[in-house]
Each structure stands twice: as C-alpha cells, then as structure tokens.
Design a protein. Structure first.
Length: 276
C-alpha cells in the first residue's frame, strides 16, 4: 500500500501539473472505485470545476474545487497517472478526468480497495470522519520531542502498532514503520512507555529523517512495482531500505543477519542484534 512518502510525492506532482486546470469531462468505468455518490452524481460534481489546490492528509489526497473537495485514496494498489487522450488506457482504469486545456488524470486500481469521492468543503470533518480523526502528520506537524515522548507514554502499546495507528500518526504503514524502528535501533515489540529519554529522541528523529529521505527518493516501489508516480515512473527509495524485505541479508549497521518475524499477520523485518 502506498504510504506517506508515496502520497506526498504524488501531491508534489499534482501541485505542479493540475492546479489551475478546469475539468471538462469525467468518465467512470469502474463504479466500485466511486464511493458515497452514484457515478452520475460524482461526474456532475466534478465537471466544470477548477482545481484550486492539492493537499495531503495522511494517505489521502485532497483536491480543492471551490466549495467541494475531491478526495482520493489509493488503497492497496491504486495509481494516479497523468496521460494524454491518445495514450493507451491501462487495464483497471476506473476513472478518467479530462481537462479543458488538454491532458487527463487517470485513476487505476487493480484490486479496487482505493476510492474516490467528492464532498462539500463545509462540514468536511463530519462527512469524512476517517480523515478528520487522523493523528499528527510527521512532515507538517512538527513538535518537540518532549511532546512526542508524552504521547508515547500515554499510549502504552507496542511501537510498531503505534506507528501504524493512523489515529496516532498519519501515513505510516508496514514498510516505513520497519525502516523507522531500524533507524532508531528499537524493536517493533517494545512498549511505547518503556523508552528512555534518549530512545524517544532517536525514534522521533528517525521518523522525520526516514520519511523525508523517502520523499526525496520519490517513494518506494516494491517487486510488483504497483506504486508509480504521476508520470508512471517507479520510486527509488527501495534501494535505500535497511531492513524491509532484506531477510537473510547482513544488517548494514552491525553486519548481523536481518530477520523476518510474523506480527499481526504481517511480515516484520528487523536486526535482532542492534534493535533492542
């Protein structure tokens, strides 16, 4: 699933490519991707609208359209691709937005866990509580490590579970939780209230550094290459992964072997020697 760095990469791309453009025509060919409205109502709410800005909330993209907000969530396998009308249409293209100035924005989603919908800007929090209830954003909601430490102590749960709790911190999933914890030298099953002051500082710095570096490398594309940026190009941060999907390889910090554990039905990667 695309996580915060991948969605932030798309936000940057969209800000450059679609802000100021007006939507001429919308075609829906996969109704499972359109939520909360019927396909005809969804089309009617978008056509004629101008994109005033693009924001990100966790893993959600929010395109501002005057009095409305166009919400996009990529789910497990969603892609948002810029295209020309003459370009071949990829399989599993469920929504195509055509602009008056030319060019298209296509929502592609093989597994159809993603969603797109339009809601009024006024009352947005009531309409979309899953976005309104997201926790702090580690790229934009900068806080002191003391405040972060107080939040950790208050929760008293396993560190990986906490990092992946979208109501605690928005946008982190399985890949980046493993990378952050390796960078901080902490095990995934440490409890959040067991950290020393130094460990709290390391965890907060590791979270910021890892996510910022991943954005610089335009996100991670795994073996299936399902994540692509707006131009259809894969990310590059997977070449920088320290533990994720590196089972059996030497840890670049201590040269011991990276291990894979099963946690909550997921694969979790760590170095058992230097993560404590």
């Amino acid at each position: 699933m695309p996580e915060l760095p991948e969605v932030e990469t798309l936000r940057h791309d969209l800000e450059r490519e679609v802000v100021g453009r007006r939507i001429k025509h919308v075609e829906v060919t996969g109704t499972r991707s359109v939520r909360r409205l019927t396909a005809p109502a969804f089309v009617a709410r978008l056509e004629g609208q101008k994109i005033d800005g693009v924001r990100r909330k966790g893993k959600y993209l929010l395109l501002d359209l005057g009095e409305d907000v166009f919400v996009i969530h990529l789910g497990m396998s969603g892609q948002l691709l810029k295209a020309a009308a003459k370009d071949a249409v990829a399989p599993h293209t469920h929504v195509t937005v055509t602009f008056t100035q030319g060019g298209q924005l296509r929502f592609v989603d093989p597994r159809t866990f993603g969603e797109v919908f339009v809601v009024p800007r006024e009352g947005f929090d009531d309409e979309v509580p899953e976005v309104a209830e997201l926790g702090f954003d580690p790229l934009t909601d900068i806080m002191s490590w003391n405040a972060f430490g107080a939040m950790l102590v208050a929760r008293k749960v396993k560190l990986k579970a906490l990092l992946m709790d979208q109501k605690f911190v928005a946008g982190i999933g399985n890949i980046y939780s493993d990378e952050i914890l390796w960078q901080a030298g902490l095990r995934y099953d440490r409890t959040s209230d067991s950290l020393t002051t130094q460990e709290v500082r390391r965890l907060y710095r590791a979270m910021l550094d890892t996510l910022q570096e991943a954005v610089k490398h335009r996100g991670s594309s795994l073996a299936d290459q399902q994540y692509r940026d707006l131009f259809g190009v894969v990310g590059n941060y997977q070449t920088e992964h320290r533990v994720y999907a590196r089972e059996g390889l030497p840890c670049i910090r201590c040269r011991k072997t990276v291990a894979r554990h099963k946690w909550s039905g997921r694969s979790t990667f760590l170095c058992e020697a230097c993560q404590v």
